[in-house]
Design a protein around this ligand. Structure first.
Ligand code: PMP
Length: 397
């Protein structure tokens, strides 16, 4: 017998919470754990631009034949345009290659496995704290994970000097995982000057950035959110990007993202791409089509693209509004602690500073679910659930 020896896996810190939430019989419960955008009515509807693209596809799709290993060709070029903008030296030199991937998670996994199989690199540096799944993905792919300092809990801000000091200990060829924007879980991003310094450090020490870009358009705007990535990409010879369209197209269950490799030359990128394709072939052979068809249909038609941009802006603006309302409502609920830092954070999440015991009380006594680290999904807040959430937080503080 072999299966009798299997020990139970610990529950996932985020998706495990959703399972507990689903089983909770309380009707006034709120899930602010997983990062899913909700509208003012508490729903996660399909974007109108996505529905329109799907109608077009239903009409025009002629075959369900396999895609190539790298996915939809048009998709890979529209993805590059979104990442790098209309014009970027990397694109001009043909140094970027892109393969479709099953979500940001799939892209990170392919990137990591490609590195382990084809390069001498074995170490990746991730921020402390970071998205709960990073360590899991990278260790499973065979990388060893080290942490760089990022968050200063007392100042509720980035500790940039400490970040540079930790990365000074990285060795040439090590990967550095960087959140392109909307850092998960802290919501605190690098300024352009700080990106410049990180780019210089990577260039001077021979570190290879791996950008995790899961929230483009959720911070300041589609182009603005890519500024750090575009700057660093212009400074270093080699990098990797794992991007996701789960959030900014609301395509969570379509599992659509991409892995992009930038090589020192177009020829080197091409060779590396052959190995990325080999990694994909060994994992799932070739990707599913639907999500990539939706994204490429939208991004290649100016009218549909404009509609998507407007819908994305609406999501971004609603979250920003909820941030301000959250800070105001906490004060109204009698909370004396200064939570104004929440309105300076970017993206779906707010890093609240609540401790594990307070998080547990929120769940057990009030049916308010947030991640153990104190990360709250502001994107799940609405004008109607806000008073109850803030009253509960006031009681556990
Ligand atoms: N990276 C980060 C930082 C994320 O927050 C997420 C989603 N929570 C992902 C990657 C993965 O996204 P996907 O669902 O597309 O796999």
């Amino acid at each position: 017998m072999i299966f009798s020896q299997v020990v139970p896996a610990p529950a996932d810190p985020i998706l495990g919470l959703t399972d507990t939430f689903k089983a909770d019989p309380r009707t006034d419960k709120v899930n602010l754990g997983v990062g899913i955008y909700k509208d003012e009515a508490g729903q996660t509807p399909v974007l109108k631009s996505v529905k329109k693209a799907e109608t077009i596809l239903l009409d025009e799709e002629k075959t369900k034949n396999y895609l190539g290993i790298e996915g939809v060709t048009l998709y890979n070029s529209v993805v590059q345009a979104l990442l790098f903008g209309d014009k970027h030296p990397v694109l001009d030199a043909g140094r970027a290659v892109t393969a479709q991937a099953p979500g940001g998670t799939g892209a990170l996994r392919i990137a990591a496995e490609f590195v382990v199989r084809n390069t001498p690199s074995r170490v990746i540096w991730i921020s402390n704290p970071t998205w709960a799944n990073h360590q899991n993905i990278f260790e499973t792919a065979g990388l060893s994970v080290k942490e760089y300092a990022y968050y200063d809990a007392a100042a509720q801000d980035i500790d940039f000097d400490a970040m540079l000091a930790s990365l000074a200990g990285a060795a040439s060829g090590d990967l550095v995982l960087l959140h392109g924007c909307c850092h998960n879980p802290t919501g605190i991003d690098l300024t352009l000057e700080q990106w410049q310094k990180v780019g210089e450090l990577c260039r001077d020490k021979g570190l290879v950035p791996l950008f995790d870009f899961a929230y483009q358009g959720f911070g300041r705007g589609i182009e603005e959110d890519a500024e750090g990535l575009r700057l660093v990409a212009g400074m270093v010879p080699e990098l990797l990007i794992a991007n996701s369209f789960s959030k900014n197209f609301g395509l969570y269950n379509e599992r659509i993202g991409a892995v992009t490799l930038v090589g020192a030359s177009a020829d080197e990128a091409k060779v590396a791409f052959s190995q990325i394709k080999r990694t994909i072939r060994a994992n799932y052979s070739n990707p599913p089509a639907h999500g990539a068809m939706i994204v490429s249909t939208i991004l290649s038609r100016p009218a549909l693209k404009a509609e998507w941009e407007a819908e994305l802006a609406e999501m971004r603006e609603r979250i920003a509004e909820m941030r301000t309302l959250f800070v105001d409502s906490l004060a109204k609920a009698g909370v004396e602690r200064d939570f104004s830092f929440i309105s300076r954070q970017m993206g779906m999440f707010s890093f609240s500073g609540l401790d594990k015991a307070q998080v547990a009380r929120l769940k057990d006594e009030f049916g308010v679910y947030i991640v153990g680290s104190g990360r709250i999904s502001v994107a799940g807040m609405t004008k109607s659930n806000m008073p109850a959430i803030c009253a509960a937080i006031a009681k556990v503080l």
